[in-house]
Design a protein. Sequence first.
Length: 258
Amino acid sequence: MIVDSHCHLDFPELAADRAGVIARAKANGVERMVTISTRVKRFGEIAAIADENPEIWCSVGTHPHNAHEEPEVTTADLVRLAGHPRCVAIGEAGLDYHYPGDYPAQTLGFRRHIAAARETGLPLVIHAREADDDIAAILEDETGQGGAFPFVLHCFSSGIELARRGLALGGYISFSGILTFKNAATIQQAATMAPADRILVETDAPYLAPIPFRGKPNEPSYVRHTAEKLAELRGVSFAEIGDTTTDNFFRLFSKAKR
């Protein structure tokens, strides 16, 4: 079994044929998926997808690109919504400096999501893009002040130093289709460096389709190609990487039951 630990089944590219997307995933051994929240205001839609499909769980959170839209969302709001039976994670939240944005709102939201992860015990799904130093500094500051909390650096595309600092805090690293790209040497280095018990796979569908589907809309069935590349890089069998990443998923996303 493979778990796609991060996809967006509410996005139009996948919603139009959601039943087909789920069927193709299962046909390729991807038996579980987490559809990830990008706006708390749309949590009802995300939760409904999970309610209607036993293969799917969900998260609750505000993507950094949308942080300026939801400044009123508090830690208490996140904790309350995370009580939904199918909600197994907080986020995605974090920092994204690739585009101009409301960085103070991103930072405030990130810290509120960290507090919710600590309070609920659910893992925080972290979006980090071109913000390595600030992500690491906030994680270290929050851990030092409030104690450890579970988290995953999702769709890892950062420098090796953030990988090391995140792992040192007990975090996990999730690899997407980027891992299969020819120019992904740093990400591939992180994939071989990370301990076996801290690695996950994901699609971030409908984005970042792996080779041989690069440039096309991504979907959960394609996570198999990322898992195959991860197995190749680590010198293990595909079956072993499937078992390892699935075990890791259920350890980190502990509210999700097999």
